[in-house]
Design a protein around this ligand. Structure first.
Ligand code: C2E
Ligand code: CA
Ligand code: CA
Length: 750
């Protein structure tokens, strides 16, 4: 017999109505008769008793081997040997590993009582001298033993079931989409209950009070077993079936139900429609399995909530909500799909509004937004349906379609007449760069890059014109080479600087950390923005030495502030994927921390969402090691990439950093009064909820106004960073900043 067989779920359900098995072991035949007679009409927990009889060790062993479900053994201590009984106890517990069966020892003489130690070691339930076992005593002892046997079974099943539920939970967490999650739910639910997979998960298609009986209004999300063949269809074909009624019942009553043949789970979801899970159990669930199902339901409800939040975030991750167009990520994806399919005959264009920044500054952001919407609408109307229009950057639109349907002259003509924006009528022009897909080597991103090179050429030649990308234009990359060259020299010439921007705990208003941001002052004294030189540093490999310099410098500065009394203050350092590719990156981090005698917890590494998720294998290992050391990890620009829940969990990050474009939108919406507020994107809210449900801290960057800060605080956002609290500042200025806030307790004597 396998160790846990006695505790097996199905067994216990199977023996539900069978009598309890009681094994009487005694070498005196009269004892058998007397015992059976004394207990003949006893019922325990509604079940009768059935007796098995053994008269010596060997016979007892045989019976035990054949009957794993025995509830109680009445065991004579002294039989052919003085310790026959005790040897049998050892055999039962150690060899057969029957842990649930209750043992009541009996002996003729008090002198043969076993030691207390033995009673404990072998979990002996009771010990009685035979004279003590009168009819009532015997009945009481047996009742108590059977009750405790039943309890042990319950606990064992519960424990085993809990293990399965825990496993089910983590399995489900890794699922990306709702359909996959629901398939998992079916699989895991049947696993927890140990039944053949058969059931379905559905939701009501409309939000109004469902109309029971019309199965067509139920959307089938996942199905297994006999329901499998309806997958991908509605449940109309099953109208009137008890299973469909059960689903309606759950959705209308908003409750779960254990029926005679079906078990229904109701799963509410705040971010989407509620789900009903219907399982073919074919018989009523026992008490234990009912409880397991409840637990299972509770544990997956959290997962469902996260999956729906994620699906919404991801849908948003592909759209630009300002213009309601596909965004850059989606645009590139569409091109990739076409490249995989048939690239020839397709063209990619980038349309850029000339001098948009000036217009935006002159008329205000709200007007700027309206202008972008106006341009989007006008271009969209002029394009045929099979041409994609996307918003790929602030004032840049992407156009992708068959060659003959994208006519740049016609597109430029669209700007001949002004665009109405509120009371203004604005004249704008646009420049366009294009590339024929068959001229692109590489993927969708390369195509967009090539079109941008075309755009730069057009702009350089004459605003309001267009230009097709040619190979020759690539020579412009020379410019980049020059930049890389200068950058290399700047490292040694100390023209790289590290600025610090404060991070605020929203609940207390205290500055709890800072992000280190790089600045490059080129030889001519001009500051080159990081958005321009970091991509160059990355593509030229320079980011490795530069990244190391950033890490060392940040740690050195922090050491300095700690020496001045700064406590529990965190420095966040941005890390590029190229750095993660270094085989010894973790060692480098550890040694720099040690060199500056810094607690690893004071260092946080920021890694962008897209970088982390696109390179999950490279990142995973390093992050795990860093985590072990105690270094904190933040996912930067969160909400712009395509993260899977499972990955997020696996990465074991500490903080999500809401991308500043979302926060920026808040800043502006707050400006826009009531209406703006109503149109508020809920992305920050979703990220905060998601983060907290995963036990992660959430920080918002780009907070510029008091209103935005209040709004984020009300949503429970933990921390904030942005111009409202301070722009990135030079180390000396930041020293002053800390000092003014009383964070530097000790002033160093010069
Ligand atoms: P990031 O990591 O997302 O950094 C935040 C950027 O937002 C910084 O731009 C910061 O100046 C800006 N910012 C902060 N608060 C506000 C605000 O309230 N409003 C607005 N509009 N902007 C705000 P910065 O310093 O120009 O850095 C740009 C990017 O360059 C960074 O984006 C980061 O990706 C990269 N970067 C900067 N330093 C490093 C570095 O040392 N290593 C690496 N690998 N990348 C870096
Ligand atoms: Ca950052
Ligand atoms: Ca960021």
């Amino acid at each position: 017999m396998k160790p846990n067989e006695a505790a097996d779920l199905d067994n216990s359900e199977g023996i539900r109505n069978r009598p309890w098995q009681l094994l009487i072991v005694d070498d005196e035949p009269e004892v058998h008769e007397a015992t059976a007679f004394a207990l003949s009409d006893l019922k325990v927990l509604g079940r009768e008793l059935a007796f098995l009889h053994a008269h010596d060790e060997r016979e007892t062993q045989d019976i035990l081997r054949r009957n794993p479900d025995i509830a109680v053994i009445l065991l004579d201590v002294v039989m052919e040997a003085d310790d026959s009984g005790l040897r049998l106890v050892e055999f039962i517990r150690e060899e057969l590993r029957m842990e649930a069966v209750r043992i009541v020892l009996r002996t003729g003489q008090p002198g043969y009582a076993p030691e207390l130690e033995v009673i404990q070691k072998y979990d002996i339930n009771d010990y009685k001298t035979k004279t003590e076992l009168t009819r009532t005593h015997l009945a009481t002892a047996i009742t108590a033993s059977i009750r405790s046997f039943a309890q042990i079974l319950t606990i064992d099943m519960g424990r085993e079931g809990m293990v399965r539920i825990a496993a089910a939970g983590s399995n489900l967490f890794a699922r990306r989409g709702l359909a996959s999650f629901c398939e998992g739910v079916l699989e895991q639910a049947c696993g927890v209950l140990k039944i053949e997979p058969s059931g379905f998960v559905c939701s009501a298609t409309s939000n109004e009070t469902p109309n029971p009986g019309s199965a067509g209004e139920l959307e089938l999300i996942a199905a297994s077993g006999r329901f499998r063949r309806y997958q991908g269809t509605s449940l109309a074909a099953l109208a009137g079936e008890p299973a469909v009624d059960a689903a309606w019942q759950a959705l209308t009553a908003r409750s779960s139900h254990n029926g005679r043949e079906l078990t229904t789970l109701y799963l509410p979801a705040h971010a989407g429609p509620a789900l009903a899970v219907v399982l073919d159990t074919r018989k009523p669930l026992g008490e234990v399995r009912s409880r397991l199902v409840d637990l299972f339901r509770a544990s997956i409800a959290v997962g469902l909530e996260n999956v729906t939040l994620f699906e919404r975030l991801q849908a948003l991750a592909f759209t630009d909500s300002l213009c309601d167009l596909p965004n850059r990520v989606r645009f590139v994806q569409l091109i990739d799909e076409q490249i995989a399919n048939k690239p020839s005959g397709w063209v990619v264009g980038i349309l850029d509004i000339d001098h948009f920044a000036e217009t935006n500054d002159a008329l205000g952001h709200n007007c700027g937004d309206a202008l972008l919407r106006g341009v989007a609408a006008r271009v969209r109307d002029a394009l045929s349906a099979d041409v994609t229009l996307a918003r790929v950057a602030g004032d840049c639109f992407g156009i992708f379609g068959p060659n003959e349907k994208v006519d740049p002259d016609r597109l430029l003509d669209l700007f001949a007449s002004p665009i109405d924006v509120g009371e203004h009528s604005i004249h704008v022009s646009a420049s366009i760069g294009l590339v024929l897909l068959e001229q692109t080597v590489g993927n969708g991103l390369d195509a967009v890059k090539n079109a941008s090179i075309g755009l730069n050429r057009a702009k350089a030649t004459k605003r309001g014109s267009y230009s097709y990308f040619t190979r020759a234009m690539e020579a412009d990359t020379k410019e980049r080479v020059k930049l890389a060259h200068e950058l290399r020299r700047s490292i040694d010439a100390h023209r790289l600087l590290l600025y610090y921007q404060p991070q605020i705990d929203l609940a207390t208003g205290r500055t709890v950390g800072a992000e280190a941001l790089m600045r490059w002052r080129a030889a001519d004294g001009e500051f080159i923005p990081p958005d321009k030189f970091i991509p160059v540093a990355e593509s030229s490999g320079l980011i490795r030495p530069i990244g190391e310099w950033v890490l060392r410098t940040a740690c050195r500065h922090l050491r300095g502030w700690c020496d001045k009394g700064l406590q529990g203050f965190r420095i966040a350092v941005n890390v590029s994927i190229e750095q993660f590719r270094m085989p010894n990156f973790t060692d480098l981090v550890c040694s720099v921390l040690a060199e500056h005698r810094l607690d690893p917890q004071l260092l946080e590494l920021e890694i962008t969402e897209s970088m982390a998720m696109d390179n999950i294998d490279i990142v995973m290992d390093s992050l795990r090691k860093l985590k072990q050391v105690g270094v904190a990890i933040a996912v930067d620009d969160f909400g712009t990439g395509y993260t899977s829940l499972g990955h997020l969990q696996q990465l074991a990050v500490d903080r999500l950093k809401i991308d500043r474009t979302f926060v920026n939108r808040l800043n502006r919406a707050m400006d826009g009064g009531e209406e703006g507020r109503r149109n508020l994107s809920s992305i920050p809210e979703m990220i905060i909820k998601l983060g907290h449900s995963l036990n992660l801290q959430v920080i918002a960057e780009g907070v510029e106004t008091e209103e935005t800060a209040k709004y984020l605080t009300a949503l429970g956002c933990d921390e904030a960073q942005g111009y409202l609290y301070g722009k990135p500042m030079h180390e000396k200025a930041f020293d002053q900043y800390l000092h003014e806030r009383g964070l530097l307790a000790i002033q160093r004597v010069a």
